[in-house]
Ligand binder design. Structure first.
Ligand code: ZN
Ligand code: ZN
Length: 327
């Protein structure tokens, strides 16, 4: 199979022709149709996350078709369309796993980080961590839902029943979650990089109730804010934008240093928290919800061989919405 391989952090992915892995017990072999390009891929590429598997095939927003099942794998028939997310395996026995908080499992394995991912024609996955993709969605539409959508949804869930919701960083996750939030009857306040008029138009086009620069204060205090941009300086900015009792949720896996801030902007029972990974429950709730909304993802398509260009464009903010590799 063809794949794009990361040999060393910060070195361009290398196109390779390798033998696909055989599915072991409980595993599926999946023919990849589409794989989203996520900001986390950039953090792995840059060596900002410790201990990736090397060489590594990136990619954890995979939509594909079951080719073959290993011993005991009976959840999906050959030919079934499945989505493969970031969470690839958990231990099932630690305190976190037995309490339904498998996203915090210390032994968890992650697609496209500690397991080979979807920048390839095929991958092998544990069938328990795959999900059926709603029929109405195309492969291209569905791929960004597998991380931007899922982690976005988990962060929305952790933001509570906020009616006035701020979204900082209007990229792949925010453009999906803005649609879900509006469907749920919330008001959406979109914060974009100062001067980024394309992002501003994009947020307006998705029905945001207010769009402003991330340095601005919203016209009224927010009930919650979600940070999708990995910029530490946005944490105090968001704390200043939320009302007493409000929460600020950091959705990224990596963030630049958070500057010191005065206690008074946290005071008033404001909450500051992060979101780590996802649970299978998040996916079971979110994918049918996304089909009901229905979420329309805005994707820019690249061939698999152009994965390096897709990562570069994501880094430079050259497109709106999500990048997806068509395999
Ligand atoms: Zn565990
Ligand atoms: Zn991701």
């Amino acid at each position: 199979m063809r794949a794009m391989q990361l040999r060393q952090p910060r070195q361009s992915l290398v196109p390779v022709e390798i033998e696909p892995a055989e599915p072991g017990p409980g595993q599926l072999s999946v023919r990849v149709h589409a794989c989203g390009v996520c900001r986390t891929d950039l953090h792995v590429f840059d060596g900002e996350l410790s201990d990736p598997r090397l060489p590594l095939i990136l990619g954890h927003e995979v939509v594909g078709q079951v080719l073959a099942s290993g011993t005991g794998a009976a959840r999906f028939a050959p030919g079934a369309r499945v989505g493969v997310p970031w969470l690839g395996w958990t231990c099932g026995v630690c305190r976190f796993c037995v309490q339904g908080r498998e996203n915090l499992c210390a032994r968890a394995r992650f697609t496209g980080y500690t397991l080979d991912g979807g920048y390839a024609e095929q991958l092998v996955v544990d069938e328990r961590y795959c999900f059926p993709i709603p029929d109405a969605m195309s492969d291209l539409q569905a791929a960004p839902l597998l991380c931007a959508g899922l982690i976005g949804y988990r962060s929305l869930r952790l933001a509570g029943d906020a009616e006035r919701l701020g979204l900082y960083g209007f990229g792949a996750a925010a453009h999906i979650i803005a649609q879900v939030a509006r469907f749920q009857g919330r008001r959406v306040y979109a914060f974009v990089r100062p001067g980024d008029s394309a992002a501003r138009r994009f947020a307006e086009g998705l029905g945001a109730d207010w769009v402003g620069d991330s340095t601005e204060q919203p016209p009224e205090p927010l009930d919650a804010a979600i940070l999708y941009a990995p910029v530490g300086a946005l944490v105090p900015a968001a704390l200043r934008a939320v009302a007493p009792g409000g929460s600020v949720v950091c959705a990224g896996i990596h963030m630049g240093e958070i500057p010191a801030f005065p206690y008074e902007i946290l005071w008033g029972e404001r909450t500051l928290r992060s979101v780590a990974n996802l649970t299978r429950r998040d996916a079971e709730e979110f994918l049918p919800l996304a089909a009901r909304v229905p979420v329309e993802t805005s994707s820019v398509e690249y061939p698999l061989s152009d994965a390096n260009r897709a990562l570069g464009d994501l880094r430079a903010g050259r497109f709106q919405g999500a990048a997806v590799l068509r395999v």
